[in-house]
Design a protein around this ligand. Sequence first.
Ligand SMILES: NC(=O)c1ccc[n+]([C@@H]2O[C@H](COP(=O)([O-])OP(=O)(O)OC[C@H]3O[C@@H](n4cnc5c(N)ncnc54)[C@H](O)[C@@H]3O)[C@@H](O)[C@H]2O)c1
Length: 312
Amino acid sequence: MKDNTYLLIGGNGFIGINIIHKLLENGKEVYCVDLYDSNTKNINNIHFKSYIDDLTNTDLLRDLVDKSDIIIYLASTSNVRSSSNISMVELDNIEGFIKTIEIIKDYPDKKIIYASSGGTVYGEPDKIPVKEETSLNPISPYGIGKVCSEQFLKYYCNKYDIKYVICRYSNPYGSYQNPLSCVGVINKILYDYHTGKETEIVGNPEVSIRDYIYISDLVDATIAVSENIKSNNQIFNVGSGVGYSLSEIIEEIEIVLGDKVRLTNNNFGKENVSKIVLDVSKIKDTVGWSAKITLRQGINLHNIWIKKQLFK
Ligand SMILES: NC(=O)c1ccc[n+]([C@@H]2O[C@H](COP(=O)([O-])OP(=O)(O)OC[C@H]3O[C@@H](n4cnc5c(N)ncnc54)[C@H](O)[C@@H]3O)[C@@H](O)[C@H]2O)c1
């Protein structure tokens, strides 16, 4: 299989736009389909073409799948907090995904990478870090939707012999992350600090433990699994493999800023997992990838990026 042409579905979002920039830097041809083009409209590269459309335009999707070698599926309209109130949104996400695989099934030479969520599919694990074979017990509609899409993907790929990779991402942060979305505590604290606001945090800062990954590491992992045949038909945790409590995150941010941040605390939503750290030995052993950016380096890089956006 060639691996020169990529199709990113949902590529205008936080993760997608970062992957697109890296693929273009690596000399790949890239297509993108998304409901919006707020990020992609700024890309001026003859190897890139973006389409503002949704997954109901099956003719367009079929044409783009036909022209691509690797499809990275990132489209999603919910997150762990919003989905607790609107489970029905997950039906749209699952339906859109099935419509896409229904097209890809006719092209067994393609490879599909699915963006799943290591922070939600395992639920509240008995012990951390969690390996990929740990049982799946999601406690949010968002996590349930991810598990359901993973299962559909495996069903179709086994039946039609399509190559797939499931990436179970931990908590990414970095450039292009939306400061208004409910996810991304590092992003939110930094934005709020620079715009003079207090940040509302969720959960007990001492108890809440997460695995944070800087966006360039997540991008490298995704591209590595997309290119390496050893990753075919595998599920990978993609994280730093290191757990930090919210208190430690706040401490690191204050070191980078050289100042205190202002916080208010909120109730701990029942749909939020309290402790989750991913075991990332499988992706390291299979494709040789592991995260390179330390938490302090990542916070520093993201702080520089935010300041550039706010004060340019
Ligand atoms: N950001 C995280 O913390 C995180 C963690 C784990 C997994 N993920 C998963 O990774 C994927 C990408 O995440 P992200 O942070 O970039 O999200 P995002 O919300 O920034 O981007 C998702 C993109 O999908 C597009 N989209 C939604 N529905 C669509 C449709 N019907 N047709 C075309 N485009 C559509 C949106 O317009 C958006 O640009 C998602 O599936 C998400 O669940 C994200």
